[in-house]
Design a protein around this ligand. Structure first.
Ligand code: CTP
Ligand code: MG
Length: 237
């Protein structure tokens, strides 16, 4: 893969090339408090407190112009580059990785507008120490393993977490994980899984329930209800 990844600092890679099939309509451009969902992500990354100093957005080519416009408005501190997406998220991230020039990379889904600069900074701190880190939240429902339509085992909840992004990695480590996945035809929902498959450690950082992924329309309704009316609906309550 090309790209030096030699410079000190952090590149944020934002996968934003999905087809929003469960949402039905381009969810990253849906309105949330007067701005597109994606603008919230770029604004959090653009805050100096996030620790991010380079931005790569992975998007379909026809979106590149509006992504660059949005990034100029929402994250003027960061020079944004757009990279063409892949068929699956994993391929989109792999393409984004090839454009990273920093030693650390922070991956955050364009579909999670509840990101805060503080959560980015915490995940980056852990990744700097351990090599890899992921935001996770405790599971509040009991959880079971299924076989078809039957429960086969109820899992011990205290040992489980729901995985969010941001996730952060030493860039070299995540590149190795993606190369290995490509070589073996390994497919995973997230980047931490690819790093774990190498036998490496991934630190768990407490995420935020409001860092919800917009998957279906009801997720967007929940996010809207968490906005502060007093701030013109442009801030979290
Ligand atoms: N994503 C991507 N490239 C893909 C698929 C997904 O960059 N080929 C991005 C999405 O844009 C989103 C994030 O990965 O920001 C998480 O994916 P998901 O929530 O599944 O979004 P979609 O794939 O767009 O939605 P769906 O699965 O319902 O089609
Ligand atoms: Mg998807």
């Amino acid at each position: 893969m090309s790209g030096g990844a030699g410079e000190d600092g952090t590149t944020a890679v934002v996968p934003a090339a999905g087809s929003s099939s469960r949402f039905g309509g381009a969810k990253l451009w849906a309105d949330l408090g007067g701005q597109p969902v994606l603008a919230w992500v770029l604004r959090a990354l653009g805050d100096p407190a996030s620790g991010v100093d380079e931005l790569v957005v992975v998007a379909v080519a026809e979106d590149h112009r509006r992504v660059l416009e949005l990034a100029t408005a929402a994250a003027p501190r960061l020079g944004c580059r757009c990279v063409e997406g892949g068929v699956r998220r994993q391929e989109s991230v792999r393409r984004g990785l090839s454009a990273c020039s920093r030693q650390l990379v922070l991956i955050h889904d364009g579909a999670r507008p509840g990101l805060t600069p503080e959560l980015c900074a915490q995940v980056l701190r852990a990744a700097r120490e351990v090599g890899a880190a992921s935001a996770c939240i405790p599971v509040s429902d009991s959880t079971a393993r299924l076989s078809g339509a039957h429960l086969t085992e109820v899992l011990p909840r205290a040992q489980l977490a729901a995985i969010q992004t941001p996730q952060a990695f030493r860039t070299e480590l995540l590149r190795r994980a993606h190369q290995e996945a490509l070589r073996l035809g390994r497919d995973a929902d997230d980047d931490a899984a690819l790093v774990l498959a190498l036998g490496e450690t991934v630190a768990a950082v407490r995420g935020d329930p409001r860092n919800l992924k917009v998957t279906r329309n009801e997720d967007l309704l929940a996010l809207r209800s968490w906005l502060s009316p007093g701030a013109g609906g442009r801030q979290w309550a």
